[in-house]
Ligand binder design. Structure first.
Ligand SMILES: [Zn+2]
Ligand SMILES: [Zn+2]
Length: 734
């Protein structure tokens, strides 16, 4: 009698195809192990002399000598990959033109998945009565008794009882406390979704209701949640999280500057009574593995994380929130080139989840999708405490008198002095790390460049070093010119955040000045502590880079001065206007909270530039409409499609030759009505010693770009040492 096989189950010995994390670009056949295995099972399989990890992808292909097919070594003790997740990886791979093995690596970024479950010691109440009692011993036993049999780690128990570990160990010897080994990967504390949240305004409540309604349907949908700083966006989407948890489904909140989420995690804890799982590269390896496993088993209800958290194996994902959805860090720029915002929408559509894209200054893509009715849109208008948005003004730098090597205009200086006199904080913003962007020799006119890249070395005076911002190469600041060896003739050109600090110290000698730039802090914790000190009034004047634009609250801050509002408008980047607009609006939004109205002053040489005018007038819809019009006329994203190709090699001429060949044989691209531009040297023509040649594919909206590119590149056999990266929907053009 033939056995009735459940779909997706393979009996021992059946042929299965396994996708491994090895760069093979196809699945391999194996035999199901003793006890059989299910589709999606994580397995260990032999590959040559090694054991590698993989996932059972389906029935075997049978295209390999059957007698030589080896059995699966073992099935790993983790939840199988769900069909929805396999579909997500397959579709994401097709969209980004990424090999499946690389997608699987992205989805298994937890160490030790093949290890047996690791154990740790936990402590519970024992049976014996200790012969001798002390206060400390009583406290330990009370803590254990009052938690109804729950196990504690040594540290938890000592902290809670306020004792040293020797007290606990002593109790273990008497038998009053039991020491046990327990699996390390334990579930996260339950979040209480029924706890009342913060009182919401009418506006916020109706926004929260609309999004929660979507979550309740358990169907796919995306909502653009637009609201200025302080409008209560977070409270609103946390209501959606609550609704999702009440449905018994999991939620994911992605944040851009993940190292700086302490404030956010505290808010979640206040709202739900426990901390969520936290996923980013600052998290320990053991914790990563715990999160990965618990997400798959349903032992983690809410994950707060960086973009890669999107590839965690959620058991039942019901909501994805992308906070600051316009942020450039959602695009991974190396390895697998994906945009977590767009991939979130894909994943949600496959698992019946809602997506909330939250931002004060949405990306044009999301704005256009809302305009077209693909996304719902919810706007939050009022700010907490009825405070107003800052007053925005331009300082026309053509009319200001400034010495060379100085950047704080007399007008801005007077405003800062007024704040200092009133005991209020000011922020001077410049989006450039280091002391000066360029170092020039006054004797021979040579600029100091990186040896490996076509980029200037940037002086970092605090470190007394030159640093290449492209490849990270660093060397001590030389005394003499590397070209002509003239001594003492090297001069900094232009301002960076460190140089601005120096100027501020000279101009405001009595002010307490704090400089905030990502490279000045050894750890995320040190930076976080500094920010907290400043927020509490520990500085009068903050000098900061882009870092300060992201979500930190400085309640005493009433003035923001943007040193160079024109900086982002230079260059030919498609998104220059959009990015400048977003950044300026965000930085300005730092000024003024609650009862203190704020002012934002933009130093500019082009006060009549349309982007500067849009920032000043605050007419955001007008800006987006104008920007949308421009892009539509050029058939540029989101009204057309782009793909960027970068060919790199140590051989510049050969890279250009191959690029030219590609451009010449562009039939597959033309067949879909698209065009190839280039080849041309990339804007940064050399990085880490590799020459870079760029081609750009521009296609009409809706054209099957990926298929065409796959057909176009199919016959291409790259010589050794050549690399080709394809970036679908590129965000930057370097
Ligand atoms: Zn020189
Ligand atoms: Zn370099």
């Amino acid at each position: 009698m033939a056995s009735v096989r459940e779909p997706g189950y393979f009996d021992e010995g059946a042929l299965v195809s396994v996708l491994t994390t090895q760069p093979l670009d196809r699945t391999l056949d194996y035999r199901a192990p003793e006890g059989g295995c299910v589709e999606g099972a994580f397995v260990q399989v032999p590959l040559g002399p090694r054991q590698v990890m993989g996932v059972v992808w389906g029935p075997g292909r049978g295209d390999f000598d059957i007698s030589r097919v080896r059995p699966v070594t073992r099935v790993l003790n983790v939840a199988p990959m769900r069909e929805e997740m396999r579909e997500f990886l397959t579709r994401a791979a097709a969209y980004t033109l990424t090999p499946m093995a690389a997608m699987l690596r992205l989805a298994t970024r937890a160490p030790g998945l093949t290890d047996p479950p690791s154990m740790r010691k936990i402590y519970r109440l024992g049976d014996a009565e200790p012969a001798r009692m002390t206060d400390a011993r009583t406290r330990v036993l009370d803590v254990l008794a009052s938690h109804g049999g729950a196990g504690f780690t040594l540290k938890e128990l000592c902290d809670e009882a306020g004792t040293s570990s020797s007290v606990v160990k002593g109790l273990v010897q008497t038998g009053a406390v039991r020491e046990e080994a327990a699996p390390r990967d334990v579930a996260f504390p339950r979040l209480d979704s029924h706890r009342p949240g913060k009182a919401l305004t009418e506006d916020q409540q109706s926004a929260a209701d609309r999004i929660a309604e979507g979550v309740r349907t358990e169907r796919y949908g995306t909502t653009l949640l637009r609201g200025v700083t302080g409008s209560g966006k977070t409270e609103v989407y946390l209501e959606a999280v609550a609704q999702c948890l009440r449905k018994g489904r999991q939620a994911l909140v992605l944040l851009p500057e993940i190292a700086l989420t302490a404030e956010f995690l505290n808010r979640v804890e206040q709202r739900f009574g426990a901390r969520p799982a936290e996923w980013h590269h600052g998290v320990t390896m053991t914790e990563r593995r715990r999160i990965w496993k618990m997400v798959g088993q349903g032992g983690a209800e809410l994950v707060v994380g960086a973009r890669s958290a999107l590839f965690l194996p959620f058991r039942d994902l019901g909501l994805i929130v992308i906070d600051e959805e316009h942020d450039g860090s959602y695009k991974q720029e190396d390895g697998v080139l994906y945009n977590a915002r767009d991939m979130s929408v894909l994943r949600a559509s496959l698992c019946g989840a809602q997506v909330v894209l939250a931002s004060a200054t949405p990306s044009l893509e999301s704005w256009a999708n809302a305009e077209a009715g693909k996304y719902a849109r919810v706007d939050l208008e009022s700010r907490f405490g009825d405070s107003l948005l800052p007053e925005m003004k331009a300082i026309d730098m053509r009319k200001e008198r400034l010495e060379t090597g100085r950047w704080i205009s007399p007008t801005l200086r007077a405003e800062v002095e007024e704040r200092l006199a009133n005991g209020e904080q000011s922020l001077l913003f410049i989006n450039r790390r280091g002391y000066a962007p360029v170092t020039l020799c006054r004797a021979c006119g040579e600029q100091i460049n990186c040896e490996h890249c076509d980029a200037a070395m940037v002086e970092h005076r605090f470190l007394k070093r030159l640093v290449c911002h492209q490849c990270g190469e660093t060397r001590p600041m030389p005394d003499k010119c590397p070209s002509c060896e003239a001594e003492g003739r090297l001069a900094p050109i232009g301002p960076g955040v460190e140089r601005l600090t120096e100027e501020a110290q000279a101009v405001f000698p009595d002010a307490r000045i704090a400089t905030l730039s990502s490279d000045l802090f050894s750890s995320a914790r040190a930076l976080k502590e500094r920010i907290e000190t400043i927020a509490a009034g520990g500085a009068d004047l903050i000098i900061g880079t882009q870092l300060v634009a992201k979500g930190h609250n400085f309640p005493l801050l009433t003035l923001v001065g943007v040193i160079d509002a024109d900086l982002g408008l230079q260059g030919s980047d498609l998104r220059a206007a959009e990015r400048t607009f977003q950044l300026m609006r965000q930085v300005s939004g730092r000024a003024g909270r609650a009862d203190r109205p704020g002012t934002a002053l933009l130093q500019t040489h082009q006060p009549d530039h349309p982007v500067i005018r849009a920032i000043l007038t605050g007419k955001e819809e007008t800006f987006w409409q104008a920007e949308a019009e421009t892009r539509r006329a050029m058939e540029m994203p989101p009204y057309g499609r782009l793909a960027g190709l970068v060919l790199s090699s140590t051989d510049a001429a050969e890279a250009m030759r191959i690029g030219t060949e590609l451009a010449r044989h562009d039939g597959a691209i033309r067949a879909i009505g698209a065009q190839v531009f280039g080849p041309a040297p990339a804007p940064i023509a050399r990085i880490r010693g590799r020459h870079r040649v760029r081609l750009l594919v521009k296609a009409p909206k809706g054209a099957p770009v990926q298929d065409a590119i796959a057909r176009w590149l199919g016959p291409l056999a790259l010589p050794k040492d050549f690399r080709l990266s394809v970036d679908i929907d590129p965000q930057s053009f370097f």
